[in-house]
Design a protein around this ligand. Sequence first.
Ligand SMILES: NC(=O)c1ccc[n+]([C@@H]2O[C@H](COP(=O)([O-])OP(=O)(O)OC[C@H]3O[C@@H](n4cnc5c(N)ncnc54)[C@H](O)[C@@H]3O)[C@@H](O)[C@H]2O)c1
Length: 370
Amino acid sequence: MAETILITGGAGFVGRHVAKSLLEDGHRVRAFDSLIEQVHPARARPVELDPEVELVVGDIRDGDALGRALTGVDAVIHLAAEVGVGQSMYAVDRYTSVNDLGTAVLFQKLIDKPARRVVVASSMSVYGEGLYRTADGVLMEDVVRGPRNPDGSWDPLDGEGRAMTPVPTPETKRPALKSVYAINKFVQERLTLTLTAQYGMEGAALRLWNIYGPGQALSNPYTGVLAIFASRIMHGQAPMVFEDGRQRRDFVHVSDVVSAFRLALERPEAVGETFNIGSGEDRSVEDVARLQAASMGRGDIEPNITKQARAGDIRHNIPDLTKARTLLGYEPKQDFTRGLEELAAWVARQESKDRVAEARRELELRGLVA
Ligand SMILES: NC(=O)c1ccc[n+]([C@@H]2O[C@H](COP(=O)([O-])OP(=O)(O)OC[C@H]3O[C@@H](n4cnc5c(N)ncnc54)[C@H](O)[C@@H]3O)[C@@H](O)[C@H]2O)c1
């Protein structure tokens, strides 16, 4: 049945892709977005936002505007957020205001105008370090990474000084909130699941890994590592890779994230649950930087391995997707090499200002890289 879906942050990267998919299936889509300058330098409706989307420009903390935008809405996908782990460590009030107060205002309004379902975008960052296994095969949940190890290596060590191996992290791992952004995302999750249950709505939260794909803001140096690398490579600059580049992540194509949101919106099994969403394939950040340079025809550009760590960063975190696969029927489909080629083709058509050096200076000025 066709529904009216409100996507907060719907003019952003993920929101535009989700909107397109919903429209294709005959739903009506309203986007509520304040078009922040860091993501939308022109502060104008993005050309990539489908013309069929009704865009309401407003701030998520503006209850009156949000209340009006909720009129006639059947379901909400809550994406509006300040997005960036490093930046959250110094823009503390801004991040917490938009992400957590913003979510609180959304639910304050939903109490009066309830929706059938609310799906919120959470993040892998709520786990802090992922799950690890010691050399003796013991699973370790609460790994805390210290500064660099005395021998110059970076992987967390067990009690006997042996490096531990990252293993896929399930939703049951206890959260370890290591950045303001992670704290914000966890609060968003809990507000969503607690208040939907309390007020007769249905709620679900998706813990998303690193998303990539066409449309991610290239001018935003604080988020989207592949967009950041692409922007550097496009300007003939080496991608900057923190630590030794061997940290492992999961890069999930935006089309797979779209399918996860669609399932979370529709499946009865999603209600009251959190789900890991990734590609199911983990890679080192250095390998990804090399593959991406090659995909852009710049295989000659070597990544710049900085050997520096950023405050709030984690070493390894890769998802266990069993729950999303079995309960939601989620199955990631995008091939990584094809995804990088598609991204390269899109990037080649864009203009962006390389602001990565500027972003790094911001962190250095505040002593957040060491
Ligand atoms: N991109 C990723 O890799 C990733 C990973 C994990 C989680 N997430 C989450 O997914 C969601 C979408 O991410 P994205 O990559 O599309 O980010 P994005 O920055 O492209 O989109 C976010 C949108 O929110 C809007 N926004 C920001 N502050 C607002 C405010 N005060 N009021 C109204 N709108 C506001 C922005 O203008 C932007 O259009 C976010 O909640 C993010 O935390 C993203």
